[in-house]
Each structure stands twice: as C-alpha cells, then as structure tokens.
Design a protein around this ligand. Sequence first.
Ligand code: F0G
Length: 367
Amino acid sequence: MLLLDKIKNKFRLKYRKKRWPGLINAYKQHLPVSSKTPIITLNEGNTPLILSESLSKLIGNGTSVYLKYDGLNPTGSFKDRGMTMAISKAKEEGSEAVICASTGNTSAAAAAYASRGGLKSYVLIPDGFVAQGKLAQALMYGAEIISIKGNFDRALEIVRELSSKYPIDLVNSVNPYRIQGQKTAAFEIIDDLGKSPDWLCIPMGNAGNITAYWLGFNEYKKLKKNLKLPLMMGFQSEGSAPLVKNIVVKNPETIATAIRIGNPVNREKAKIVKKESKGDFQSVTDEEIIYAYKILANEGVFCEPASAASVAGLIKNKNRIQKESTIVCVLTGNGLKDPDCAIKNNDAIFRKNIEPSLKDISTILGY
Ligand code: F0G
C-alpha cells in the first residue's frame, strides 16, 4: 500500500462513526431496561430519513417531504423496533415461548428475535392473506406457524386468550414493551431533523405504531424545550377503515394486507393521539395506495403497499398543507416483502422470450 493510501485509510477509520449498537443500547436511558436485561438485538433502528424530491415538488409551496424508511430494519419492517424490546424483556422475565397474531411483519420479527434469543415462537396468521416474503421469513427464522381459516382480528382474539391461560408471552402491540421500542423512531426523526416535523403521516392497522410515535415525540418534548409536536395523520385503507369510520369492520378488505384489520386493539389510544395532536384519520383507496407506491418506487424507494398509504394520504391533503411545512411519511415495511403486489402493479416495460441476438436487442433498444 502506498504511504498516501495508508494515511487516507487511517483518517477514514478514525472519522468513521462508531458501529450502531441497536436501538436499546442507543436509547437506553429512555427505555425500561436495566443492567440485568439481556439485550436481544439485530442492530435494528437508525434507519434513513430520506428527502423525497418528487413528493416535495408534488406538494409544492416550499414543503419538504421526508420518508422514514423503516423497511430497512433487519427483518424489513418497523416491527423490529418493538420486538427487540419485547423479546429482551420476555427473556429477562424467564419466558421460554412467545406468541403473536400477525398479518405478516410481526410474525417475521417475532420469529427472528425469538430465535436469536433462544426462545420458541408461535405465530397465527390469516390463511392466504400474508405476503410471500413475510411468510418466507417466518418459515426461515424458525417459528411454528398456524394458519387459520379466519382473519387477523380472530387470530388476535385467540392468541390473547392463549397467552392469558398458558405460560406464553404475547408479543403483539398490546405488549407495552413493543410500544416502548417503537417510540425510538420518533427520537431518530427529531435527532435527524433537529426538530419535530409539522405533520407525521403514518399507516394504521392495530394503531400501535401511531401510539408509539406520539409517546416518543412527547417524551422528547419533555427533555427539549421549545420542541413543537406534530399533527398526527393516520391513514387506513378504504375497505379496512375501522378507526376512520369509528366502527368494527367485520370483513376488512384491501390490497395492503399488512393493515387488513377490522377491530384495532389500540383504538382508544389512537383516539387520544388524534385529539391531543389535533391530527386526523382518513382513508385512502387501493388505487390511491398503488399510485403512491409507484411514485415512491420511481424515486428509488420500494415500500410495501401498506406503507404507501401514508404517502397516498399526504397527496390527498395537498391543499391543506401550510407553506414551507416539514412532513415525514413513515414507510413501515420493505417492498420486497410483497413481490406479488409489485409484479401485478407496475408500469415497467418487460419484454419476454427475446432471442439472445445482438441485432434483435439493438433494434429493440432503438439503435
Ligand atoms: N405497516 C405495516 C407494513 C405493517 O405490517 C403494519 C402492521 C402497519 C403498517 C400498521 O401498524 O398495527 O401498529 O398500526 N402489521 C401488523 C402485523 C398488524 O401483524 O405485522 P399498527
């Protein structure tokens, strides 16, 4: 190695940031952990806050739209934030098994963290309504999977009952440690922006995540004087909008299977978030979700359909946004989770069965 290269390398190593230790270690002082807590981590958190040029332009009026891309967590969704806490605490309390109901992402995260911590995991999923990538993950991470002929809401009722009767820890978002872990996303946004956004746009299913963000923003406000709180804008799919309509939806339907939930367990908490933040809950159609999904992908950000609901909601409110606002849309899950949706809903030119001939391909390319 040349001397100059050696010097450059030394300089780079010296100024490279320290390895991210995972969110529990990073935000320990804000979390219910002690020196006795065995920290089960996959170095989750610290996900990028991406400035979206195209959405900022589309909204206009000097607005900056950022994407909190939580699909870059270790299992590809925000659930890792809650699961590192839930599994660490389950392990601390001597638990040997955990259980959850899931539309897919919770099951993937529960299975991954349980295996990492040496715990057994059981997951109940609605048969036929879990995206392929998520199912593949749960299978690979080593969960025992029970696919029921019923929807998520029924699966959750069953696991709640099972965990109250038998020595199995429930790791759905009724588990308070899940919310504690998930609130760190709000800390990261404030740490990155140096302030709160004016609006936070977020998809809602069981409404655990919106509850967690609100908790995080409020906790930081106590520590940082002059911090403003954002308006919390929660979005659901039109066919699965129990919080928007204030009803129980018996047979929820949407392309965004992650948020195909008709009776959210955190309903009352979500209502408080809406009221306290002066925010709003609105629904978006599957078409609006797919439109937003494509806009994001066109800028290089691939999220799953449920996550695109936050952006679909933002676009719907274009005329309500004040000049020079800062907006964060939460992208809860990675697009790779649901390859079927992407393959069915894209505008790509995909030519098949082409002869491997230089001449033919040059012609296709227009040369
Ligand atoms: N986005 C994605 C990608 C999700 O997987 C979920 C929930 C949500 C948004 C909604 O979050 O429930 O806290 O309001 N998925 C759960 C699951 C239900 O089982 O993976 P929420």
